[in-house]
Design a protein around this ligand. Structure first.
Ligand code: HEC
Length: 108
C-alpha cells in the first residue's frame, strides 16, 4: 500500500514537471516561422537574405519567378550544378514558391 502511494506520488510529480517544462517552452522559446526555417539553409551559402558575400551566386537580385524556375531546373536535372542539383531535390513545389517569394521581398 505504502509503495503504491509513493509510486503514484512520483508519477504525479513527474507529470507536473513535464507539464511545467512544456508550458514554459511554449511561452518562452521563440519559435522560428516555417518560412525562416526553409530559407535559412539557403543563406548559409548565398549570404544572409540572399546577399552574397563570396563567390556563390547572389539570390537577392533575382525575381521570385526566376529563382523558382532555376530551383525546379536544378531539381529535375535540366540545369547543371554541383550542389544545387542535390539541394533542390529536398524541396516541394510549394516550398520552392515560399522560398522564392520570401527572398524576392526580404530586402525591399
Ligand atoms: C551548400 C551551399 C549552398 C546552399 C545551402 C544553397 N546553395 Fe544555391 N547555389 C550554391 C552553389 C555552389 C551554386 C552554383 C550552382 C552549383 O554549383 O550547384 C548555387 C546556385 C544557386 C542558384 C542559381 C543562381 C544563378 O544565378 O543561376 C539558385 C537560384 C540557388 N542556388 C538557390 C538556392 C536556394 C533557394 C537555396 C536554399 C533552398 C540554396 N540555393 C542553397 C550553393 C548553395
Amino acid at each position: 500500500m505504502q509503495k503504491r502511494k509513493l509510486t503514484t506520488g512520483i508519477a504525479v510529480a513527474v507529470a507536473a514537471i513535464a507539464f511545467s517544462v512544456t508550458a514554459y517552452a511554449d511561452s518562452h522559446v521563440k519559435k522560428l516561422p516555417d518560412t525562416l526555417i526553409l530559407v535559412s539553409n539557403c543563406f548559409n551559402c548565398h549570404g544572409t537574405n540572399g546577399v552574397s558575400v563570396g563567390i556563390i551566386d547572389e539570390l537577392d537580385s533575382m525575381s521570385a519567378k526566376r529563382l523558382a524556375k532555376k530551383m525546379r531546373e536544378f531539381r529535375s536535372g535540366a540545369k547543371a550544378g554541383t550542389i544545387m542539383t542535390r539541394i533542390a531535390k529536398g524541396y516541394s513545389d510549394a516550398e520552392i514558391d515560399v522560398i522564392a517569394n520570401y527572398i524576392e521581398k526580404v530586402n525591399d
